[in-house]
Design a protein around this ligand. Structure first.
Ligand code: FAD
Length: 345
């Protein structure tokens, strides 16, 4: 499946079929990084080695990467830990048929495409997927706005947070965009970039050291001073910065997952959450390839037009020269339309 240039997959996210071992990170800038601790790696290995006989529908391409963490950003990952249904289950629900959901007919792709195109969404809700995600807290804040998922987050009241902070790769260290208040402009370079990275690293280390001091406990669990009590974990966490990593289990049905991806794998979304959405798109492609294809075609590569915008397209097709001032469209909508049509605005 081709992805449009503006939606190309995040380069930092290795493809699941890269053959990487669970927890392994391909060289990034020459550095190897460990995604999971040894114990966690062993747990994932055990999960992946376990085989369960089932009468339920399974999807071999998704089974291949089940439980495997797909690296995202510098310390994060997304991994599929469970799922229900497949493309055929969507068709089965739409037809309310008795089929086992494993047979695929030639009409299935056409039906799925029709359902997606016409936003007949409930058949897609029959498929469910559960992810385990490790992500910086500022990404989690954007992500949690999606209310239609079930979420269970790592408790920093119960456990001590790991000393892991998101430090952007140099190519993602951009200046504030002048054109878009919510966007990024040129990449920072030289001394300025170096200083930003220094601030981020220093502040992260500094706040974590204070976190340990307040807890009276080091990251490895050892006590700093046996003669004093530590502050409660639920309080000690409050000065940690937003770039520290948290984790959660996130379960969603396919309809709402596609809605999430349409917003968060979009070029308008912040790069950091987009990196996660791109990794999740790869899992969707393995899980429900027919649905993925229709989704990419309609939701990601397509655009929705307002009535007046459609009228402009009709006028242009009729050979009329239309300018923004006589289009009836705002400057912004006009520009968006011209970009979508690949014309000069
Ligand atoms: C590029 C971008 C920029 C953003 N900027 C900001 C910002 O500056 N400030 C800010 O606060 N947020 C911002 N957001 C968050 C945005 O406003 C939404 O809260 C977020 O994208 C979740 O979308 P949603 O409500 O459609 O998703 P979900 O919560 O997953 O809901 C899915 C759908 O279910 C329905 N639904 C869910 N709950 C309800 C409900 N209670 N009532 C009615 N219908 C419901 C709606 O149809 C909704 O579209 C931004 C999002 C994006 C993608």
């Amino acid at each position: 499946m081709r992805m449009s240039a503006s939606r190309k997959s995040n380069d930092d996210t290795p493809r699941p079929d890269s053959g990487a071992e669970p927890g392994a990170q391909p060289p990034a800038g020459g550095r190897q990084r460990r995604l999971l601790s040894e114990a966690q790696e062993a747990e994932v290995r055990e999960q992946r080695e376990t085989r369960t006989a089932t009468r339920r529908v399974t999807v071999p391409a998704l089974e291949e990467i089940l439980y495997e963490p797909l690296p995202v950003l510098d310390h994060g990952f997304v991994r599929v830990v469970d799922y229900m249904g497949d493309d055929a289950a969507i068709v089965q629900a739409a037809r309310v048929s008795y089929g086992t959901g494993t047979k695929q007919t030639r009409g299935d792709a056409g039906l799925i495409d029709y359902l997606l195109r016409h936003r007949h969404t409930t058949p897609f809700e029959m498929c469910e997927i559960k992810f385990h995600v490790k992500l910086p807290i500022f990404v989690a804040r954007q992500w949690i706005r999606h209310r239609t998922a079930n979420v269970n987050e790592y408790s920093a009241r119960y456990s001590v947070l790991d000393k892991e902070f998101y430090i952007p790769a140099p190519e993602h260290l951009a200046a504030q965009s002048q054109a878009n208040r919510q966007g990024r402009g040129e990449v920072l370079e030289g001394a300025q970039a170096a200083r930003v990275l220094e601030i981020l690293r220093e502040d992260s280390a500094h706040t974590y050291a204070h976190y340990e001091e307040m807890l009276n406990q080091r990251e490895d669990g050892s006590i700093i001073d046996e003669d004093r009590p530590g502050l409660a974990r639920e309080l000690a966490r409050m000065n940690l910065p937003l770039n520290i990593y948290t984790q959660w289990y996130w379960k969603c049905d396919l309809h709402n997952l596609l809605h999430f991806l349409s917003l968060r794998a979009d070029p308008h979304a912040q790069y950091e959450i987009r990196a996660y959405a791109d990794a999740m798109l790869e899992t969707v492609k393995r899980w429900v390839p027919i649905t993925y294809e229709s989704f990419a075609k309609h939701a990601m590569e397509g655009v929705r037009l307002s009535g007046p915008a459609l009228e402009i397209v009709r006028r242009l097709l009729a050979g009329e020269a239309v300018a923004q001032d006589d289009s009836g469209l705002s400057k912004r909508e006009w520009t968006e339309l011209m970009v979508a049509l690949g014309r000069e605005s």
